[in-house]
Design a protein around this ligand. Structure first.
Ligand SMILES: [Zn+2]
Length: 490
């Protein structure tokens, strides 16, 4: 089939023509197609470079320049992937960049918390940067979150809003996250969750956790991964983070707005039945001071809480035992107590063996480091035929057996409970710098044969001088982690 060149050009410009296979026989067109592809490649490469340049500008604090670069890129390279990213960032209210404020480890094994400023115009970005810098110390100083401070990364997103203001009293403003007054008596500020998640998706990865500070808003709201705070009140931030990350309820009784019944939470219950409250495992522990008190969830009657002595979820500085336990479990539902190991972990099904040719072999494990206590690490050496099966997810029936104590509270719950190891531990090791544990396997201590070497790390949550561990019940064994290797002694 012959096609006139001019026609070919116009056909090539449409994706339908490209996909039609119309040119399969048109040998004359092949070079032409090649040239066009090369052009497209060059264009994409140019656009990518321009995008990187804009991002560099943004990361170095030249937000206005970055915004203009995004606008040019969106105009000149609209058909490229980089051009499409730029088009989103070129909007009058848009995501400009994200920068680490505190990085404690790889995003894969930390809770990444992203700070967002709402209602900050391009002129106010420097002020936002300075403010964001000052937020992590509040987490560090809070007793529960501070103990696990190294389990978090804190990242600042720079969002520009075309206007500053919060929708309400019949006025709307063009802002990055559509901040608006909520229908509460005091006019708590809230933002558009969908917009927050669109902004989070601009990052290479995220854990669905954002803390939004609304420049012109007041008070705060929180839930489902998004904490929203009016102004710069970092004390409210910890409370809202208790909602948004911790999935905790309010422990105050004052009515702030009409609520549809009592939302159940680990720390708020619609029943006062001691067999039914979510914190029943804390009851009857002498000295724990956990009981069932009426007045929670923003209502005086019909809602119950575990403590009368205060909690961040009312207006105190400390989390109560029940909230603290749940927060620690939530952290471990994202973060594995083991950060890395060497040699690489060998799955149960993979029957390949590390053959011990030398007189000894080193196995290294790096665990996370809470502030004031250390994780325990134990090692087992089990003959191949006695090696425990790997953990598997709990079935619905097994979970039901745990009743309302069954947790399933985050991504790591899917692993399930670890299997019993039919042997005494071979060794317990103590950490060196950076949470590094080393097992020195000696050939002289082992009979020739094949073994499963297992390392388990555990956070006892037992703080020095405290009578009860922070976590009393860990249904999913989130506080445990293991790595294992197949070893052959010839
Ligand atoms: Zn509490």
């Amino acid at each position: 089939m012959w096609i006139p060149r001019m026609l070919l050009v116009s056909l090539l410009a449409t994706p339908i023509a490209r996909a039609s296979g119309l040119f399969a026989e048109a040998t004359a067109s092949r070079d032409f197609l090649g040239v066009l592809d090369e052009d497209a490649d060059q264009k994409a490469e140019k656009a990518q470079k321009a995008l990187e340049k804009a991002m560099r500008d943004a990361e170095q604090g030249r937000y206005q320049d970055a915004h203009r670069r995004y606008q040019r890129l969106a105009r000149d390279f609209a058909e490229t992937e980089a051009g499409q990213i730029a088009a989103r960032r070129a909007q009058p209210s848009a995501f400009i960049c994200a920068t680490d404020v505190v990085r404690n480890g790889p995003s894969e094994n930390r809770v990444d918390v992203v700070f967002m400023g709402e209602g900050y115009t391009v002129k106010h970005q420097k002020a936002w940067d300075k403010f964001a810098q000052d937020i992590p110390p509040y987490f560090e100083r809070q007793k529960t979150l501070g103990e696990y401070y190294r389990y978090f990364n804190f990242i600042r997103a720079n969002l520009i809003s075309a206007e500053e203001g919060v929708d309400g009293y019949g006025r709307t403003y063009d802002t990055a996250l559509n901040g608006a007054m909520r229908d509460t008596y005091a006019g708590h500020v809230g933002v558009d969750r969908k917009r927050v998640f669109e902004m989070l998706d601009e990052l290479p990865s995220h854990d669905g956790q954002a803390i939004v500070f609304v420049k012109r808003g007041k008070l705060g709201t929180g839930g489902g991964g998004v904490a929203t705070i009016g102004g710069q009140n970092t004390k409210i931030a910890i409370h809202e983070f208790g909602h948004s990350f911790g999935r905790l309820g309010d422990e105050y009784a004052q009515e702030t707005h009409k609520r549809d019944g009592v939302g159940t939470a680990p720390n708020v219950s619609a029943t006062e039945d001691p067999e039914e409250v979510p914190w029943k495992h804390w009851l009857n522990l002498r000295g724990a001071n956990v009981d069932i008190y009426e007045g929670a969830g923003g209502q005086e009657r019909g809602a119950f809480k575990p403590t009368a002595t205060g909690c961040v979820m009312s207006s105190s500085e400390f989390f109560c035992r029940v909230c603290r336990e749940h927060l620690v479990l939530r952290i471990y539902s994202h973060v594995d107590p083991i950060d890395s190991c060497s040699p690489a972990d060998m799955p149960y099904e993979m029957r390949e063996f590390l053959v011990m040719r030398e007189s000894s072999m080193k196995i290294e494990l790096t665990v996370l480091e809470p502030m004031d206590h250390k994780l325990e690490v134990q090692w087992w050496i089990v003959p191949e035929d006695k090696a425990p099966q790997p953990a598997r997810p709990m079935s619905a029936a097994e979970r039901a057996r745990y009743g309302n104590r069954g947790s399933n509270i985050g991504p790591r719950s899917a692993r399930g409970r670890l299997n019993n190891i039919p042997a005494e531990p071979h060794a317990k090791t103590f950490p060196g710098r950076g949470g590094l544990h080393v097992l020195n396997l000696r050939k002289s201590q082992l009979e020739p044969g094949r073994y499963r070497v297992i390392a388990r790390a555990h956070d006892t949550t037992q703080m020095r001088g405290e009578r009860f561990p922070w976590v009393l019940q860990d249904v999913d064994e989130l506080l445990w982690s293991e790595r294992a290797w197949w070893v052959e002694v010839p």
